[in-house]
Design a protein around this ligand. Sequence first.
Ligand code: FES
Length: 198
Amino acid sequence: MSTPRLFAQTLPGLRLTSKRTAGPIARHMRCYTKATAVPPPAAPSRSAQISVRRSPWSTPLQRRAFSASATVSHGHVEPPKPGEELYVTFIDKEGVEHKIAVSKGDNLLDIAQANDLEMEGACGGSCACSTCHVIVLDQDYYDKMPEPDDDENDMLDLAFGLQETSRLGCQVVMKPELDGLRVKLPSMTRNLQSSDFK
Ligand code: FES
């Protein structure tokens, strides 16, 4: 290793520069190599310091907090406590009855999805589709439910096979008065699936 290179490596802040002669004889010959001091980085200007200090990301306290709120997933229902069970029966497209013990406050969409019944719930229960359409089989139970609001009625108008006692499953919340409710799943929904044609 040449002396200048060794010298530069042992002294931080120095770097090697070289240039070629311009003359005809030594045009392709390195004629000298010298070590040059690298100036220290300039201190940030006053305005740069101010802008860094004002940056919303400059201190940990000012960073956006990570959200740790509970995840809400559809189809998740808690098993009812002993002695507090309410019962709802779904009758699927094949006419098979599924009697399920549920808790007060569960809605029919979550109950159906938690029990692998075929209820799509395309809008996630926000009353913006009709794929959770159910038909209440008993008029008495239908009358115990709160009246559907305008949003639900608008979506029900789009439901396949609408009946007098049709409701959106995501809007029907179980309560003690509805214990023993029986609902039928329609043979099709607006979002046609291949299984609708079996
Ligand atoms: Fe869309 Fe019920 S899931 S309206």
